[in-house]
Design a protein around this ligand. Structure first.
Ligand code: AGP
Length: 611
């Protein structure tokens, strides 16, 4: 899950390219590189291990600033360790063709052996290096570069978004996609091809989304052609306008995107319900589901597929939809779902939940049921992303761009949208309908009240920053939120953290508990709070430190826990969401205390576009 970008302009493109690379860094940041054509149409290559800034510091080429055609890459290694050699772009032997790639070429070994038999020398451990050599091989027998590129594409197996630049045709850039995301930005005097609108936003809001099996050629005169390289059919796509601006996608005055995005949670809740909740008429309107409203009446089973934080929002949604609409729901990790052999009936609906809309495992889950006649719905944040074009209908999260690798505000947008879907499917036939509609109206303010305790949560993080193990527990709606808390502590603060249903502790995990293994207990008011107290007692009996998140006014908890963070009164369903804000902030502050790379945790990437 790398980031790729290419810019072809009438004027110099270097600054834009570097800016776009930085905006793509959340997709992978173990190495970076770029290739550009100079004034005499000679190709130059610069690559560096580490962040994009390391590449910028390294770039010697005095020709780059004047270049009007360039491609770039930020890497998340899949094949070959992060070295300068393995960094992209990769080149053919005479350095006339250079390519960057996001994805995995599954048949690269076989292609490499075939090309080595043709005399090609390979200098990297990557799968990607076969691409420029393969194009080179086909230029020997093709009329032109475009034809050679297309022939090479038809040999590749796997997932890819590829961008190629060549001195053989300096007034064009060539690109193609299969599974990995790609968008073309139509700017004033330049065309930009990139993995993600974030890389384009600073230059234009006019974008064209590229689909699977599509081959794009962009030209210096501002024109571009799209073709399906499986059936050679020309393709026309509408130019769409991005509905957010660069400011929204920038850090503003915050030190990190993660903190900025946590502080956007109240607005995220408002945006997720805007125009969808009518308290006075007691109605929920989900325009995105109207086209399938009839089918939804006959749904008797829902399967939610997702990964990571999105799967925890899915689990929260499972509890809610079952309680509100009485339809059996099960959450499945998308990476497992794809390979399970389970029965499906036409009265089953599949809901794919995703922030990026580009997660390969979840896309594969959607593809799996393509011919099952199953209704495929999406709860997605990224507008125009692949999943939104694979589903029959869906509900956007409207959380705005999320840049930090650790997903925070998107968890709330997904959970709230799943609540709206539960309320929508309940058709008002639940006692919880009105109370939850009213609660959604006031939840943003309650979230602001929690954020107002940031200093207290920071102090707690300073107190617990050196613990190497942490347990997160909750019952009912608090369990998915505990899982989310544990994941943030893992990925941001690099601490071994386990999320567990509180009742499960005594079936094994309790063995881990001692004075060196603190527990975060989500103990907000609920009908089963006493049970959670019981779990806390079990931990106390083993000298485990306990941080409890409780509902304000709960005195009893102060006798059970070492530290307590209070959240405002809320419904049994929404109070754990307020607790999740505390846990996300806690992990953020521990990561800052430990001086870690908060927005770019090691070994991770924002949208996981390979299986
Ligand atoms: C969460 O902080 C992680 N970045 C990761 O688990 C993420 O939630 C998962 O990869 C799913 O991503 P998606 O929502 O974009 O599909």
């Amino acid at each position: 899950m790398c980031g790729i970008v290419g810019i072809l302009g009438r004027g110099p493109v270097a600054d834009q390219l570097v800016d776009s690379l930085k905006r793509l860094e959340y997709r992978g940041y173990d190495s970076a590189g770029l290739a550009y054509l100079d004034g005499s149409n000679t190709l130059h290559l610069d690559k560096q291990v580490g962040r994009v800034q390391a590449l910028i510091d390294e770039i010697g080429g005095d020709q780059l600033p004047t270049s009007t055609s360039a491609i770039g890459h930020t890497r998340w290694a899949t094949h070959g360790t992060p070295t300068i050699a393995n960094a992209h772009p990769h080149t053919n032997t005479d350095k006339t063709i250079m390519a960057v790639h996001n994805g995995i070429i599954e048949n690269y070994v076989e292609l490499r052996e075939h090309l080595q038999r043709q005399g090609y020398q390979f200098v990297t451990e990557t799968d990607t290096e076969v691409i420029p050599h393969l194009i080179d091989f086909y230029t020997r027998t093709s009329q032109n570069f475009s034809e050679a590129f297309e022939q090479a594409l038809n040999q590749l197996r796997g997932a890819y978004a590829i961008l190629a630049i060549t001195s053989k045709d300096p007034d064009a850039l060539y690109a193609a996609r299969l599974s990995s995301p790609m968008v073309v930005g139509v700017g004033e005097g330049e065309l930009i091809v990139a993995s993600d609108p974030a890389a384009i936003l600073e230059h234009t809001k006019q974008v064209v989304y590229i689909n699977d099996y599509e081959f794009v050629c962009v030209r210096r005169d501002g024109t571009y052609d799209i073709k399906n390289f499986k059936d050679a059919r020309p393709v026309n796509h509408e130019v769409e306008t991005l509905d957010y601006d660069a400011a929204q996608a920038s850090m503003g005055d915050f030190p990190h995107f993660m903190l900025k995005e946590i502080h956007e949670i109240p607005q995220t809740i408002r945006s997720a319900t805007l125009g969808r909740v009518r308290v006075e008429s007691g109605t929920v309107k989900l325009g995105g589901l109207e086209s399938v409203a009839e089918q939804l009446k006959y749904i008797d089973r829902i399967v939610i597929v997702a990964c990571g934080t999105a799967s925890y929002a899915g689990l929260y949604g499972e509890y809610l939809i079952e309680e509100l609409a009485g339809i059996p729901v099960e959450v499945q990790q998308a990476s497992e779902f794809k390979y399970r052999k389970e029965p499906f009936s036409r009265s089953t609906a599949l809901i794919a939940v995703s922030q990026s809309g580009e997660t390969a495992d979840t896309i594969a889950a959607l593809k799996k049921v393509e011919d099952y006649g199953v209704l495929r719905l999406g709860v997605v944040n990224a507008v125009g992303s692949t999943m939104t074009r694979m589903t029959d209908a869906g509900v956007y999260c409207h959380a705005g761009p999320e840049q930090a690798v650790a997903s925070t505000k998107a968890f709330f947008a997904q959970s709230i949208v799943l609540m709206l879907i539960g309320l929508y499917l309940s058709n008002g036939q639940t006692d919880l309908y009105k109370p939850l509609l009213e609660e959604l109206n006031v939840l943003p303010q309650k979230a602001e009240q929690v954020l107002a305790q940031a200093e207290q949560i920071k102090a707690l993080a300073q107190k617990y920053k050196d613990y190497e193990d942490f347990m997160y527990i909750g019952r009912g709606y608090a369990f998915p939120c505990a899982l989310e808390g544990a994941l943030k502590h893992k990925e941001c603060a690099l601490v071994h953290s386990e999320g567990y249903p509180a009742g499960e502790l005594k079936h094994g995990p309790l063995a881990l508990i001692d004075e060196r293994f603190p527990t975060f207990a989500v103990a907000t008011d609920s009908a089963i709070l006493d049970k959670t107290y019981g779990s806390i007692e079990e931990i106390r009996a083993r000298k485990g430190p306990v941080i409890a998140i409780a509902t304000e006014g709960n005195e009893e908890i102060t006798h059970l826990a070492d530290d307590v963070i209070y959240v405002p009164h809320a419904t049994e369903q929404t109070a754990p969401l307020l607790a999740a804000i505390v846990m996300q902030l806690f992990s953020y502050y521990v990561a800052v205390e430990k001086d870690l790379s908060v927005d770019r945790p090691r070994n991770l990437a924002k949208s996981v576009t390979v299986e």
